[in-house]
Design a protein around this ligand. Sequence first.
Ligand code: HDD
Length: 735
Amino acid sequence: MRHCRQAGGDGRAGGSHRLVIAGIQLGRRAMKPTRKQADARAAKGRQDVGEGQAAAQTLTTNQGVPVGDNQHSLKAGLRGPTLLEDFILREKITHFDHERIPERIVHARGSAAHGFFEAYKPMTAFTRAAPFQAAGKITPVFARFSTVAGERGSTDTARDVRGFAVKFYTDEGNWDLVGNNIPVFFIRDAMKFPDLVHAVKPEPHNGMPQAASAHDTFWDFASLMPETSHVLMWVMSDRGIPRSLRMMQGFGVHTFRLVNAQGESHFVKFHWKPKLGTHSLVWDEAVKISGVDSDFHRRDLWDAIEAGEFPEWELGLQIFTEAQAEGFSFDVLDATKLIPEELVPVTPVGRMVLNRNPDNFFAETEQVAFCAAHVVPGIDFSNDPLLAGRIHSYIDTQISRLGGANFHEIPVNAPLAPVRNNQRDGLHRHTVARGRVAYEPNSLGGGCPFEAGTAGFVSFPQAVEGDKVRGKPEKFADHYTQATLFYESQTAVEKAHIAGGFRFELSKVTVPAIRERMVSSLVNVSKELAGAVAAGLGIALPAAMPRVQPQPAMPEVTRSPALSLMALPGDGGIRSRRVAILMADGVAGESISAVQAALQAAGATVQLIAARLGPVTSVSGPALEATATFENTSPVLFDGLVLPDGEAGVTLLGQQAEVMDFISNQYRHGKTILALGASAVLLQRAGIGAVLPKGKPDPGVLMDAKVKVTSVTAAFVSALGKHRHPEREAAQTAH
Ligand code: HDD
């Protein structure tokens, strides 16, 4: 028997349930196992394949039969026909033929990680939900981030809403908070969801475009549904193209209920705020990244976690009473409306840290089944009509996507809390239910399992009245007030980007009437915005689209600084930021190494880039090794750029078109650039100065002609921590 070499496995079964919390490894094994869990584990022990298994391993069929030859099919003679009796070949091919499952109808493209939620303080006054019962309480989580429209292999940096779904494995069962990175939705009633999705997906006759809303059917729908106005502001803003999944907010979107042990209820909205701050790409960059690394966000999340740069978000709650809600100018059951933080502040209640990449993409990221219906005691629904449809849709979709009603037994979906009920059988059942009792009430099973009574999930007994109708409440008919609130709360550069987003998308629309209708709707949001979009489309500003509700209620807030991306700048650090240092034979290695060491000490990732891989001759200091080439990487993959000292090297760099392209892209995208010594000439050649057109210094262009490398590097680190320099763009727009 041959022995397999191990690649660092830890001998576990059911790897998806290994929980690493702040360096401490918890595990299901450490907890008292139920019989069901013991069964599941025994089964896993037999079925898991991969690193860390017992040392002796031979290749087998799925029936456990050792395979003698995995290279050749069984033939009648070396040059003869292949035999039908080759069950080993047929089993292998048959399994392969069935390796794909249907992708998610929306949110097909996603990336995920394991981690934990830690409560800051007990929230028992408001909720009996297990994760919020004590300060320091740890609840394991699995979070998946996604784009909405694109298919499973589509690009990460498409302009789109991002899904932000978190599965909390609580002591009282799984709670799925299935949200987005945008706090409002396109529609208010689940009845319209299939229409919305059909409109945004590739057009059915030709299957184009992939992962893009910039086409006729989407804007036809959007322009005929003015309730989309608010979310469109968000999606056309830079929120639709995040720099990283680690640098975006998350929102539960709907109004939910918190219910405490006394059965008292409050309304709540959920907010995730990233510790790294909210940062985005710019459109030109996003488009180019799609070409050079369509896995940009997936890779960024994976690499950060592998490097120990665990992404972290703070969970905050907007808690309010029904009486308060009744006084608001908008309806809290309308998912196209948010509650300004200035009206109801966000109370921080805990933090989520993602600290472990999945062991297997398919088993975990692909098979994870989030369901808006999954709530636990202490969390309940509101009457939001969009939420009601979701409560149905998710379980329904998992049944076809994951092949049956037993998807809850897939390890990533299985709760940590014990599961005991009389549900039986079905496709792909793993649990071996013992005994003859599968009904309730029973005496043969000692009456087990018992109902939990008020200790279990009890729906909040909200009084219901009214006629059975199809319709909407009056306040739902205001489509524009909050779209205007969002637009007016942005900085000048953010506003210009929103106009750019609309301009780009609508310029791809081929039917002029759709463009015009959309711009006429924008007039109701902001004349300034509609004017900028109309000018870009080469059309006259149309009259405003008639409003369903000509005189909406006066809003409580007309500017909300919290809605600007600039509101959450992060801590100004550069941990996990990517910096490119360009090189050619004849550069000054000493200063490059000094800058590289300082950046790495501050937590950045540095790539040394040259025309080819391998050693680069240096005129001073240590030998340098290029880790990437101008051909295999791209300026858009970096947050900052360092140009080297050393005249000979700089001369060579200046002769390469890719280098000048690198510099101008970095500048155009608002990135931080450091030119060491002689390389200032490269900036001059690219037409880049250290001052903005109006005479103010450009905070993102640093040169060290006379300054010490250490101090200019410190200035570079601090400028890089600002992510981007919108002042440069503002100055460019002004000219
Ligand atoms: Fe949905 C997936 C978020 C409205 C029906 N949705 C899905 C995912 C996220 C959201 C993050 C991916 C989960 C994952 O990573 O696997 N969806 C939302 C938000 C909504 C919303 C924040 C509005 C507030 N969704 C919504 C409606 C319906 C659906 C109104 C249907 C009535 N959503 C689905 C679905 C999906 C889904 C078809 C596709 C794949 C899946 O569920 O597992 O059931």
